[in-house]
Design a binder for this molecule. Structure first.
Ligand SMILES: Nc1ncnc2c1ncn2[C@@H]1O[C@H](COP(=O)(O)OP(=O)(O)O)[C@@H](O)[C@H]1O
Ligand SMILES: [Mg+2]
Length: 221
């Protein structure tokens, strides 16, 4: 591990990024271009912390999120995943023809949690997010707001130590927004961490820290 990596490593970090670089290659020869998106991103998330990561549209937030969860490889640098992650992608990865219940079952299998634990967690999530009446409804028939609840519920199903959310407010109505912050506060109280990535933050006081993603780097606000 190099000097940069050492400087961002801390005792209680549950997730850390060390000097991450990422560029996309665009176009075809002879007009192929390399567009740098992340250049030397380093930061860490501590246990029990609610952190907001804010950047303009196109600044590389979703790219960074995908690298943090391991869905995309960085060109350089490394991600240290100390605890279990739950990921709520910006574009929900759901199946139109499956119901909410079927999604929970499917994701429960994928996470490797037993059927009983999955059913208990599912019931609690329907209750806390308020969408149990759509348990048997296919995703193709749900409103955008309910899809957003399901997307969040699936990320929370296995009770991850670290919850990563990419633009979570987009599909939320006001009621869901408040329920969402209640859930976040509960997680924080039990030492779990939440990283919220967004192009804006409304209620700054709800966060422990806010970081800015600017010119390919993460800097404290
Ligand atoms: N797969 C891709 N191939 C090429 N360019 C991409 C790809 N994904 C994202 N980009 C570009 O990288 C930049 C950052 O995108 P993204 O990480 O989605 O930003 P944000 O989430 O902050 O809006 C944008 O300019 C976007 O067009
Ligand atoms: Mg994005």
């Amino acid at each position: 591990m190099d000097a940069i990596a050492q400087s961002t490593r801390t005792a209680r970090a549950v997730l850390a990024a060390h000097a991450i670089d990422k560029a996309y290659r665009r176009g075809a020869w002879p007009v192929r271009r390399v567009v740098p998106v992340l250049s030397g991103v380093s930061f860490s998330l501590q246990a029990g912390e609610i952190v907001g990561l804010v950047g303009e549209n196109g600044s590389g937030k979703s790219t960074l999120m995908k690298i943090l969860v391991g869905a995309l490889a960085p060109d350089a640098g490394e991600v240290e995943r100390v605890a279990r992650l739950g990921y709520c992608p910006q574009v929900p990865q759901l199946y139109e023809r499956l119901t909410c219940d079927e999604h929970f079952e499917l994701f429960g299998h994928a996470y490797g949690i037993d059927a009983r634990q999955e059913r208990d967690a599912r019931r609690a999530l329907y209750e806390s997010l308020g969408f149990g009446r759509y348990a048997g409804t296919r995703v193709g028939q749900l409103s955008g707001g309910t899809v957003a609840k399901l997307n969040l519920g699936l990320a929370l199903l296995a009770d991850p130590d670290v919850l990563l959310l990419d633009e979570p407010y987009a599909g939320f109505d006001w009621d869901t927004y408040l329920r969402f912050w209640n859930l976040v506060a509960e997680r924080r109280a039990t030492g779990r961490s939440v990283l919220i990535i967004s192009h804006f933050v409304a209620d700054e006081e709800r966060f422990d820290r806010i970081l800015d993603l600017r010119d390919g780097r993460v800097v404290p606000r």
